[in-house]
Design a protein around this ligand. Sequence first.
Ligand code: NAP
Length: 248
Amino acid sequence: MDEGASRLAVVSGGSRGIGRATVLRLAEEGFDVAFCYRADEESAHQVTVQAGKWGTRVVASRVDVADADAVRAWISRTEREVGPISVAVTSAGITRDGPLVTMSDDNWGAVMRTNLDGVYHVCRAAAFGMMKRRRGCIVNISSVSGVYGNAKQTNYSAAKAGIIGFSKALAKEVGRYGIRANVVAPGFIDTDMTDALSGSVSERIRDSVALGRMGTAEEVADLVSFLASDRATYITGSVVEIHGGISI
Ligand code: NAP
């Protein structure tokens, strides 16, 4: 981050998985962090306790990223009560996998609303203050599914590809305001999301990954924190894949 600047990050989906690891990593680096989650209060509480050891302010809010008004209220409350936002990370995401021909409208819509609309809501709300202050950094979490496509994930792949187009357009729109916007596209990362995969699918995943294992949420958080740092000041509009050498 810019030296001497405020050090407040907002993270969507910060109670579990990649978002949780990102909250902890940024807190360790001295950021105050405001994160949101949808339902799991206990996990959110644990993150605030764990992040507390670094001595920065970490605030959890129950906010559904699919709800535009709720996100707007969360971001303005955060700016009012915690401070100006310098970094926004969007990690909130869900899967509702299945073949296209049997895809329900509900499963299509839920994934689009959380994974794509959610990114739009958070970025729109956070970018306004960043533009006024003429500095800021956005990191949106996409997926290799959004880059290469993945069978039985037409909804998820479409949303994650949408994040890439959105972020590239945004980078061009806000670059002159000193704001960078990048995408992280993870492969298979060991979180609750991939826990749901059956044993044989997990085995196939491990076979198709050059490094022979899933990644960890902490490895992704390291990349997010790099992109949000002043070591990445000439990186914007980029899609950085982190997948251990996957052939999808
Ligand atoms: P995860 O372990 O399932 O955690 C998801 C997080 O998002 C939780 O904190 C959850 O909160 C929150 N969330 C879900 N829906 C939300 C909503 N509508 N509003 C607010 N928060 C919401 O998932 P993950 O594996 O860390 O995935 C994080 C991101 O990385 C997602 O965007 C995912 O698509 C992407 N990704 C993951 C992988 C992977 O292999 N794990 C690979 C590529 C990309 P609650 O628990 O309260 O619902």
